[in-house]
Structure formats: structure tokens, C-alpha cells
Design a protein around this ligand. Sequence first.
Ligand code: ARG
Length: 394
Amino acid sequence: MKVALAYSGGLDTSVAVRLLQEKYKADVITVSVDVGQDPKELKEIAKKSKKLDAIKHVNVDARKEFVEQYIFRSIKANGLYEGYPLSTALARYLIASKLVEVARRERADAVAHGCTGKGNDQFRFDTTISIKAPRFRIIAPIRELNLDRKWEIEYAREHGIPVPVEVGKPYSIDENLWGRSIEGGVLENPMQAPPEEIYAWTRPPVRAPAKPRIIKIEFENGVPVALDGRRTGGLELIATLNRIAGEYGVGRIELMEDRILGLKARENYEAPAATVLIQAHKALEQLVLTKQELAFKQVVDQAWADLAYSGLWFDPLREDLDAFIDSTQRRVTGVVKVELNRGNSRVVARGSPYSLYDEELVSFERFGFDQRDAISVIKFHALQSKILRKRTGG
Ligand code: ARG
């Protein structure tokens, strides 16, 4: 049997390679997908794969697709789930899709992933695979054999598998261009504050530069196109912003998250660029969309994020929502300035050719319109409350 395994080089997937060989008698092809994670790690992956006697390793560069088909959509939808800028969630659909492509090309008999039976990622992998390639058998050894982390670490030691987790730092970390998620270890106690060692992209706010910095982001049709006046592709813009905002300690997120299975989980994220870009994007929408559009879009955004989080990316509703969202984004063009200051980001200025703001009308300093016109409007305001009060007395 030939199995294509989504391989990250982490503990779960490294153990999975050996288990597939030993317990499933399979030849393993490891597949890594570049979604903007640490390039050093990607290089290590190929070496680890060889060490684990995989018959082949395939790396797929999916960064451009990740930015254009997932991150950009998420920015337009202000993609947040319970305050989490969807990152791991989005990448899973793409990784699973690439895994299926490679498995087909290599004429594999099955596809495999290292998800446990407790998390969300299994939903995203399994749904994507079974929608795109229903005939592939899905093997998830950690879930099928009901293994826990302690068992895995032990097994890894006994089988000479390079253990990437250090003793005392048994974190499960997932990383892509849009964010970094850290779970496990002491973080599993919600009363325990996240230790500094979990962070890799952000400086502690107290060690951020003392002087605040203002950055300028330009948007076209809802997506960022320039940073501080420099036009770049999305990939470069996001990587640069991760660096800058991270230096100011922006984008550390601590959450009690409701997983798909109903489990509450303590989650920590680092997402400097995502934090700033979603904040800036919302600020621009406030300037150019009507009150009615904003209120309705909030509901749509929420539904979008729920689908993306819950393993339902391929539900046709997601595309329907994207169609609505894209229609609103035709006017989301303009510039937003954000101040970065010791762990905080704050919108300080915004402008757009489609602005619905009318300074002349709203200004304290100008006439704009005859204020006495407001009197007749107010006469009808709360009309039904006035009538009700009359009927019921008092
Ligand atoms: N809770 C986040 C999500 O469901 C992050 C999951 C992180 N996955 C991991 N294997 N460490 O998207």
C-alpha cells in the first residue's frame, strides 16, 4: 500500500510516518505544503522525511494561492472566529487539497494526516479529502489508534524519531503566513498566564520601541495593495507587516475557544499582520459602506467565519457569501493609517474616494444645512412610543 501523508515535521506527523510503515505496512510519501511557514523548517522537513525512510518527499509551494484564495477572502470578510483571525483553519483546506493532488499524481492508495480526534483540523482535512476525492481511504493513525502525546513522545524516543518538542515545552504549534497558533503544555491550564517562551513573532510589549510608529495601508476593492506607499504583492506585504507589527508587540491573542466538537479550548495566537489588516479593513468599511450594508455584512461575516472555522469551506453557502462580500468590496478602496504602540494598534486616520462622510454636513463649525429642519424629523421619531404612552396613560 502506498500512502501520501500530509507531513509538517512535527511530533504527530513524524510518529505517523513510522506508524504507517509499521502498523499499516505502507510505503509513505510525505507531502509538505508551503503556506508561508518558517522556510528553515521546510528545509528540515525534507531531511526528516528521508531519515524516517519515506519513499519520497514532495513539497508544494502554495503561498500565492493561500494569499489570493484564502487570506484575501478572509480580509474582505473580516474573518474572525470568537476573536481568532482564522489562520490554521484556512490553510488546512489548501493543504488537504494539495495532498489529494499529490496522492493522485503518485498513484497512492490512501491519504493520511496526523490529526488527533479532539481538534478541528480533522474536520477540515476529512471534509476536503472526501469532497475532492471520495474514493481515497483516509488514514489518521493518531486518531485511529487513540494515542496521546505522552505515548507519542515515548514511541518517538524508542524508534529514533527526531522529537521536535523539548521536554518542559510540549507545545503544539502550527504556523502559516497569516498566523501562529500555540497550544498544549502549561497553556492547558487557563489560570496559567502564557509564558514568554511561546512567542516567536512578537516582542513583549515592554520591550517594543518606546516611540509609536504610524503605518499607512492602502486598500483596493477590500484587499491591501501598498504599505507605507510601497506597492507590493500580498505575500510580501503581509510578511513585512508581520515583522513591523510584531516588533511593536502587536497581535498576541489569548482565547477560550469553542471547538467544533463542543470542547472549550485555551488557544494562543500570534497574528500581527492579520490583527492590523482586519482592523484597518473594518475602519475603511465604516467609512464607505452604508449603515444598512455594515449591519447586514456583520451577519454575513460571522456566517462566513463559522463556515471557514467549522470544516465547511466547500459548502456552497460560502461561495454565496463571498459573492455578496465581493459586491460590497467594490467601494472598499482607500487608505488607513494605524498607530503601533507597545502591544496596541489603533486606527488614527482614514480616507477614500468613496467616503460617505460629509464634513460640510456634520461639522460643528459650518452651516451645512438648516438645523431647524431637524425639528420636524424628530416629531415623527419614536412616534409609536408616544402613541403607546397616550393609550396606556402615565
Ligand atoms: N484552534 C485553532 C483552529 O482550530 C488552531 C488549531 C491549531 N492546530 C494545531 N495542530 N496546532 O484553527
